[in-house]
Ligand binder design. Sequence first.
Ligand code: AMP
Ligand code: MG
Length: 530
Amino acid sequence: VLLIDNFTTMSIKFLHKFATNLPSDTIEENYTRQVPKAAFSYVKPRIPSHPKLIHISKEVQNLIGFSDDFIQSETFLQLVSGAEIISNAKPFAMNYAGHQFGNWAGQLGDGRAIVLGEIEHNNQVFTLQLKGAGATPYSRRADGLAVLRSSIREHLCSEAMFNLGVPTTRSLSLISTGDEVLRDVMYNGNPAMEKGAIVCRIAPSFIRFGSFELFSSQNDIENLKLLADYTISNYYTEIQVEGKEKYIEFFNNVAENTREMIVHWQRVGFVHGVMNTDNMSIHGITIDYGPYGWLEDYNPNWTPNTTDAEGKRYRFGNQANIALWNLYQLANALYPLIEEAEPLENILNTFAKKYDEDFSEMMWRKLGITSKKEENDQLIQQLLYNLEQTETDYTIFFRNLNQIHKTDSVEDCISKINFAFYKPEEVTGIILETWHFWFAQYLTILKEETASDNERKSQINSVNPKYVLRNYMAQTAIELAEKEDYSLVDELYTLLLNPYNEQPEFEKWFAKRPDWARQKIGSSMLSCSS
Ligand code: AMP
Ligand code: MG
C-alpha cells in the first residue's frame, strides 16, 4: 500500500454520544483496577513501533464514508493503529461484567479494545473500536495486545459473516504493529513471540449483555437505567412506550434479535466458541471472533474451542440454549427496572418455542421446500441423524442439493451429494439404506412442490453458501501472512464477498477439510489465546 502523506482535507468528527451520556471513570491514569459506577475509562492507545496496513474492507470503507485518499493517508494509518489520536477523538475502554462458562466473573471490561468514537455517515451512527491497541484499566493480568493470527481471523470472519447475511460487527482494517507479542498458543508451557496486529471494528455500539450486568451487580440502579435509556433511545428507537413497559419491550427486542442471529449461525454452520455474556451484543449481532469455527462434518457436539473441550458448553448444537441462558442473565440484570418477573419470564418461556419454529422454517429453506411443513418435520430430524451418522460435510451437502431433480432416482441423489461424504467408501449397507429412505421421502415432497427444479435451485443457492471460511483456509492464510505474504488474506476476503455465488475461479475452496487439517491447531481446534 502506497502511503501519501498529503492528506489534509477530510475531517472526521467524532460524536461522543456514549461518553457524554454515560458516567466515566474519574481516574484517567491507566492501571489495572476495579472501576465502580462508571461505564468506561478514558485511555490512550499504545503507540505501535512500525504500523503497516495489511488489509482494508472496501465495503466497510464505503459504508462509513471514508474516501480512498483518506484510506491511503498517513493519518488513516495513525487512526487505525492507535499511533496518534486524530481529530477530536477521545478514546475510551468500556466497562462491563459477565458470566464466563456459566460462572459469574464480575468486572471484565475492554482489556484490549479501545473505542475511538462514533461517527455519522448517511444518517447512520458507527462506533469505531481498535482491538489489540494496548492495556486498559480492564486488562487484568494480560497485555492488551492481539496477535496477527487472531486478528486475521476476526477481520476475515466479520466480513464473511456479513456477506452471508449474518448480523455481525464489521471490520474496517487489519494492520500489523511491528511489535512482538508473547503467547502460549495451547496454554501448555510453550510461549513464543508472535507478530502483533490491530483490527478496527465497526458496530452501532459495543454495548453487551455484560454492560447491564455490571451496574445491576453493583446495585447501581441509576446507571443501569441510564444505560438502558441510552441504548433504547439510540438503538431501539421503535420502542415508544414509557415506564417499565419500555424495558420489557427492550428485553423482548433483544431476545428476538438474539434468536434470529442464532438461527443464522445454525444455517451457515458457525460455532462462536465463547458465548459468555460479555460476548453477547445488545444488538443481537455476532461479536468477538475468538476460537470460533465452521462445521465441516456435521456434528452438533463439536466446538472448536479447546478451552471448552471438557464441558462443550458452547458446542454447535447448544448455541440456542446458551443464548437463552444468557438472556436469563440479562433479564436478571434488567429486573430492577421492571420489578416484575412475569413479563420477563413470558418472553424467556416463548424463546424455545419460537426458536424451534424458526429453526425448522430455516431448515426447510435449506432443503428448498416451501410447502407441507409441519407434518414432515420428522424429515429434518432424520436428516440431522443421518448427517451425524455418516461423516458429511455440512456446507457441501446442502449446497449440492441444488443439483437434484424431481425426476431423479434415490441413487442419482446419493451420487450428487456423494462429494459431501468424508468416507464415501463407508456409505454402504444399513447407512446407505437410511440415506435411500431419506431421499425417497425428500423426492416425494419435491414432486408435490409447484416450484420447478430451476426455481428450487436458486432458492437453495440463496440460503446454502458455497463458500465459508473453513478453519484450515484461515489457518493457511495465517501461515503465509506470518511470512508477510498477504495474498491469501486478499483471496479469501474476495472469495467470501460472494459466498452464495459459484465463482468457478475459486472452485478449489469448495472442498472438504483436507486430512492434514483434521487435528491441526488452528485448523480444527483453537484455544482462547489470541
Ligand atoms: P474474550 O474471551 O476474548 O472475550 O475475553 C474476555 C475478557 O478478557 C475481556 O474482558 C477481554 O478484554 C479480556 N482479554 C482477552 N485478551 C486480552 C489481552 N490480551 N489483554 C487484555 N485483556 C484481554
Ligand atoms: Mg470478549
